[in-house]
Design a protein around this ligand. Structure first.
Ligand code: ATP
Ligand code: MG
Ligand code: MG
Length: 385
């Protein structure tokens, strides 16, 4: 009986475990949190740190192949595991995704545009920043997510203050772009180089956190969507990537042509992505099915979207914010909506901004799905989109 292992025990790991178990695999999760969402549903939970020698030895002993659900797993740990077992994605690819400077360099090397930016590692770099990058967003090169580790800066004085506030760690300053839309593309690539993709997802972020994903993307011209798919595929192929990869894009107005829009790659995630959760309910293969197939050397098949869909993220704010402590959403009312699929991750405690679950609305037409999703927003007290 084959066993699949995953580094990280969050909700992405949990959905991976479910997909692996559906195909009859045993599953093992390595995560230091003894009550992690994935650890609770896996056959075995190794509750050690990601670099713990005993934990890694146990994982290599029981898992026939290893993947990751979390891009900040130490790349060294993945490289060490790869000496014993197939690891997909590999440590080198994950290392690129862990560092915004390396990530942007890779995106550009693949021939895909990214935001104008500068790497700030020293006071000299700070002084040398061109004015053209302001107003900008200062982002820590490593460890940021959900908009954490980012400061919007209007001018050089704010930039200097922000870098000091970020403890002068290595950062990337990006020019702030006027975004028309945000998109993401998820691809899966096999060890043999076969590449399949999900349709382009249109994403709405609030406070730096994904709030809503719509598929098909309502506001994206087919040619631009096709270009995004091609770019994501190139980014994956150029690093010999194996596994599921998500690339986030901005759509920005083309200053040279007011009627045209162009694509700018923002960042990538070496794993299934929050914007792909709809695939569990609206595609014939989910992003987690493809993660399992890619790591296990099973055939990749192009996933097909069978229903228009809207995904709403359910953040901890819904569980109360101090003014309304302990308020729990009325799930029965939400579940009475047609095509509503509720996913709750089994996290022990809610706090504002924490991803507690998501709700997918699927239906026969995009119009009908949007209408149902707006009703769900009203029931949950979420802003309309
Ligand atoms: P994630 O949780 O997706 O990993 P993150 O913390 O890595 O998020 P980014 O994706 O870099 O953050 O940025 C978060 C959001 O901030 C983007 O989705 C976008 O809405 C906005 N943003 C980021 N960079 C820029 C930019 N250069 N110009 C305009 N808006 C931006
Ligand atoms: Mg990110
Ligand atoms: Mg992002």
């Amino acid at each position: 009986e084959a066993t699949l292992g995953v580094m990280g025990g969050g909700q992405l790991g949990r959905m991976f475990v479910h997909a692996a178990q559906t195909l009859g695999f045993r599953t093992v999760v390595l995560d230091p949190d003894a009550t992690s969402p994935a650890g609770l549903v896996a056959h075995e939970h190794i509750a050690t740190g990601y670099e713990d020698a005993d934990g890694l030895r146990r994982l290599a002993a029981v898992a026939d192949a290893v993947t990751t659900e979390f891009e900040n797993v130490p790349a060294q740990a993945l490289l060490a595991l790869a000496e014993h077992r197939p690891v997909a994605p590999g440590g080198a690819a994950v290392a690129v995704c862990q560092d915004r400077a390396a990530e942007k360099a890779h995106i550009q090397a693949a021939g895909v545009p990214c935001a104008p930016h500068a790497v700030i590692a020293t006071a000299h770099d700070l002084a040398a920043v061109p004015d053209a990058l302001l107003p900008g967003i200062l982002k820590t090169a490593r460890m940021g997510y959900d908009g954490k580790g980012q400061v919007r800066v209007a001018d050089r004085a704010e930039l200097a203050t922000a870098w000091a506030a970020l403890q002068q760690v290595t950062c990337v300053l990006e020019k702030r772009l006027p975004l028309l839309q945000e998109l993401s593309v998820i691809v899966a690539r096999g060890a043999d180089g076969q590449l399949v993709n999900f349709p382009v997802q249109q994403n709405l972020h609030r406070d730096g956190i994904l709030a809503v994903t719509q598929v098909p993307a309502p506001d994206v011209a087919p040619a631009l969507a096709e270009e995004a798919v091609q770019c994501a595929g190139r980014i994956a192929a150029e690093m010999g990537y194996v596994g599921v990869l998500c690339v986030e894009f901005f759509v920005v107005a083309d200053p040279a042509d007011a009627t045209a829009a162009r694509l700018v790659a923002n960042e990538m995630a070496p794993r299934p992505h929050n914007s792909g959760h709809y695939s569990l309910d609206a595609c014939d293969l989910s992003q987690f099915d493809l993660q399992v197939r890619a790591m296990a050397g099973l055939p990749l098949v192009a996933p097909r979207l069978h229903s228009p869909t809207v995904m709403l993220n359910l953040l901890g704010d819904l569980w109360g914010d101090g003014r309304a402590p302990g308020r729990t959403p009325d799930w029965a009312a939400v579940m009475a909506l047609p095509g509503a699929h509720l996913h709750l991750y089994g996290k022990a405690s809610a706090r504002p901004g924490r991803k507690m679950g998501h709700l997918t609305l699927s239906g026969a037409t995009a119009e009908q799905v949007r209408e149902t999703a707006l009703r769900a927003c009203a029931l949950l007290g979420l802003p309309a989109f």
